[in-house]
Design a protein around this ligand. Structure first.
Ligand code: ITT
Length: 205
């Protein structure tokens, strides 16, 4: 098995969750902040998988170490799957009208989504995580994970990040932002994708 991997994400909430999930397997996580030279990858593809592969491959080839990268997002049924691959910068895209960036991106994204969902009865949504492992000059593999639930009509809770305060997972009466990190990891899209990825790696290595 691998004992060390660079989790190539600029999102602090994601990084924390990856560290918790991978530490269970004794895998040490390096972050982009530990890297000597800074380097950015633009997410300009149309699918989660293409974006995740692009990030994992470019970081792995640049730093010459094994990398895990993820592209994730929220798909809302009544919005034809939006925000989808645009989840991180939903407030700033033309679809549904741009939302002013008042406090931070997460808050602006939530405000826009709740505006578009005002009076909408079908609140079904799912979180998607596509995780790619890339070992430079060797091999790559990927897994995906989903978490189904419903969009609330107002934000509740202060844990987690992103759209967590407006997402109630199936079978729960609270939002993802009211769950402890352990509870979230058990049911989250990211938790499912990471566990599948480690199982695949354990079979291969
Ligand atoms: P990196 O690309 O650097 O990893 P990012 O924040 O840009 O960081 P993504 O492109 O994967 O990451 O965008 C994911 C967005 O989807 C993220 O900014 C959140 O708004 C949302 N999101 C993803 N996973 C989430 C989760 O577990 N809870 C709440 N929101 C989530």
């Amino acid at each position: 098995m691998i004992d060390k991997v660079l989790v190539a994400t600029t999102n602090k909430g994601k990084l924390k969750e990856f560290k918790q999930l991978l530490s269970k397997y004794g895998i040490q996580v390096l972050s982009l902040e530990d890297m000597p030279e800074k380097f950015e990858v633009e997410e300009d593809k149309e699918t989660f998988l293409e974006n995740a592969i692009k990030k994992a491959r470019e970081y792995a080839q640049f730093y010459k170490i094994p990398v895990i990268a993820e592209d994730a997002g929220l798909e809302v049924k009544a919005l034809n799957g939006y925000p989808g691959v645009y989840s991180a910068r939903f407030y700033d895209i033309e679809f549904g009208g741009k939302q002013p960036l008042e406090e931070n991106k997460d808050k602006a994204n939530i405000k826009k989504l709740l505006r578009l969902m005002e009076g909408v009865e079908d609140r079904e949504a799912r979180f998607v995580s596509v995780v790619v492992f890339y070992n430079p000059e060797d091999f790559g593999l990927w897994t995906e994970g989903y978490c189904y639930g419903k969009i609330t009509d107002k934000p509740i809770g202060d844990k987690g990040f992103g759209y967590d305060p407006i997402f109630v997972p199936e079978g729960y009466l609270v939002t993802m932002a009211q769950l402890t990190p352990e509870e979230k990891n058990k049911i989250s899209h990211r938790g499912k994708a990471v566990r599948k990825l480690v199982e695949k790696l354990q079979k291969l290595l």
